[in-house]
Design a binder for this molecule. Structure first.
Ligand code: NAG
Ligand code: NAG
Length: 189
């Protein structure tokens, strides 16, 4: 009973927040439908984005689940965390924030430390403010270069498809923090 109440309260607040935060960004279904009808004539655009991701493990991500074998597994198999990390224009954490990356990552490989990432790049800057891109894919974090698929988007990135290329700039394993350069190529209308 209590659980359901909590869940409905959370859903209620998400609804309220969505109204407050996105009322000026998200268009009515009718407007989106009109936009969709016009797609045939519209040209596919290509946008390239470049920014940096900062994961300061203690501050921006929390463990939400693990399995009984996680602690003894060399790849921390089953470790699951939720993050809300900063995306910045430059490689320094103090440089201008252009968005957040919010989502889930879980250790999903027995062979190497590789994460399943299900996350949203939520942009807050200039013409991309309020638009988002969704990433779903495998992130073998011990590799210097990685590639993940962009499976969709909202706002200016509606119907997006693309790739995110990740390169380490800084990776401090014991400290658990990292800075990653993102080069994104995305097709959208
Ligand atoms: C982004 O949009 C929100 C909501 O419309 C607004 O409050 C905020 O100031 C905007 N941010 C920037 C950097 O323009
Ligand atoms: C990352 O961790 C190292 C070691 O704990 C620390 O010296 C450094 O300040 C951390 N970086 C940030 C940006 O928090």
């Amino acid at each position: 009973m209590g659980k359901y109440l909590t869940v409905s309260l959370i859903l209620y607040f998400i609804g309220q927040l969505t109204l407050l935060v996105f009322s000026s960004i998200v268009e009515s279904p009718q407007k989106v439908e009109n936009w969709f009808q016009g797609l045939k004539a519209a040209e596919l655009k290509v946008t390239k984005l470049h920014f940096y991701f900062h994961d300061l493990r203690e501050h921006t991500s929390v463990e939400v689940a693990s399995a009984n074998i996680t602690a003894s597994s060399p790849t921390l198999f089953g470790y699951s965390a939720i993050m809300d990390d900063s995306l910045t224009e430059g490689p320094e954490f103090s440089s201008k924030q252009v968005g957040r990356v919010q989502g889930l990552y879980a250790s999903a490989s027995f062979k190497e430390f590789s994460l399943l990432c299900a996350m949203t790049l939520v942009f807050t800057d200039e013409k991309y403010n309020g638009s988002s891109l969704s990433i779903l894919g495998s992130n073998p974090t011990m590799h210097q270069h990685r590639e993940m698929p962009i499976v969709g988007g909202t706002g200016v990135f509606r119907m997006a498809r693309g790739i995110a290329m990740l390169t380490y700039i800084f990776f401090d394993v014991p400290g658990g923090n990292a800075t990653v350069e993102y080069n994104v190529i995305v097709q959208h209308y």
